[in-house]
Ligand binder design. Structure first.
Ligand SMILES: [Zn+2]
Length: 340
């Protein structure tokens, strides 16, 4: 119910013609359309040469704690979080921020322990609204109440660390900042009045879309397809990193600090190690969300009213009408078809 299965981020809508591709082909780095092929990815770095240029700085965030996507037999929600924690520790990552929908804990009090385990590993929590509210469905007043309703749980768990400021970052469900400029501005004013900072996203490769496919392939016992999914996930993550690095420079005039969006699901637990390793090889230096948000790029208001599924970087491009490198492929149609 609270998955993003019906969300087609703008990038996905642009690339909705992937049905004929196999999972493997979908993960290729070739441009996704004839139009894309005609554009010159001149600003795309060759990567793999850390030291040759300054690192790409990336903060890592996870949405939908304590539970995202279908449960996988033999892998509890706690096992997912412990796996994510172990991988983050293995890579000596700075604290990651996990964005909480408190309603889970109301119906499953045991999942409070999942959030505690995340904090105990040195990571941080932020708000993702109580119910993963869809502004378009619930309306503005209910949306604002849904923000407030999440606060007692976060205050209880994250306590008074950093003078109570530590959990006061906000991640919009569906990256939906508003349905128009007035609703967007009302929500922003509400957040700022309550002391939140907006946890923007610049790298969103649709990681959520792999979880259903993975669950089906596990249920089918199709290990070959599972491996294809893992490899496709890793390659897509790297393609979107490179796109964001190049597009960010074109949109801001400097090598901006990035924020990666992942989700706290079973498939991410399986693939995080490979993703982080690939990012390290591509020249990434991991930073905290606090450090990322200090980039002046995030002080810019793109002025885009309807932001359903749009990352901050896409909003910057749209708001400033700047050119950008061709969008990489997000193989949603392929993921929807595999293991059926
Ligand atoms: Zn979410």
């Amino acid at each position: 119910m609270f998955r993003h299965s019906l969300v087609l981020p703008r990038v996905a809508r642009w690339l909705a013609s992937a049905a004929a591709l196999s999972v493997a082909a979908a993960c290729a780095t070739t441009p996704s359309s004839p139009e894309a092929a005609m554009q010159t990815p001149a600003a795309t770095p060759s990567a793999a040469t850390p030291g040759a240029r300054p690192p790409i700085e990336v903060a890592v965030t996870f949405d939908d704690l304590p539970a995202h996507g279908p449960a996988i037999p033999g892998m509890s929600r706690m096992a997912v979080i412990e796996s994510l924690n172990a991988t983050l520790r293995k890579h000596q990552m700075p604290p990651a921020v996990g964005y909480v929908n408190g309603h889970h804990v109301e119906s499953r009090p045991d999942e409070r322990e999942v959030l505690k385990a995340w904090l105990a590993a040195g990571n941080q929590l932020g708000s993702h609204t109580w119910s993963h509210a869809n502004l378009r469905e619930v309306g503005l007043d209910a949306y604002l109440k849904d923000i407030d309703r999440n606060e007692p749980l976060l205050a209880e768990l994250a306590g008074t660390a950093d003078d109570g400021r530590a959990w006061k970052t906000f991640r919009y469900p569906y990256l939906q900042e508003g349905t128009d400029l007035p609703s967007r501005d009302t929500i922003r004013k509400h957040l700022f009045a309550r002391g939140y900072r907006v946890a923007q996203v610049t790298i969103d490769f649709g990681d959520w879309a792999w979880n259903d496919a993975y669950a089906r392939c596990v249920a089918a016992g199709n290990t070959k397809a599972q491996e294809s999914l893992r490899e496709g996930f890793r390659k897509t993550a790297v393609n979107f990193l490179r796109w964001a690095d190049a597009a960010g420079q074109q949109a801001t005039g400097h090598r901006m600090r990035h924020v990666l969006l992942l989700h706290a699901g079973a498939f991410q637990a399986q693939t995080l190690d490979a993703l982080l390793t690939s990012y390290e090889k591509a020249g990434v230096r991991f930073i905290t969300l606090d450090e990322a948000l200090q980039d002046p790029a995030y002080a810019v208001d793109p002025g885009v009213g309807d932001t359903w599924g749009s990352s901050f970087l896409e909003q910057l491009i749209e708001g400033k009408r700047v050119p950008h490198p061709p969008f990489p492929l997000q193989p949603l149609d392929v993921l929807d078809a595999v293991c059926r």
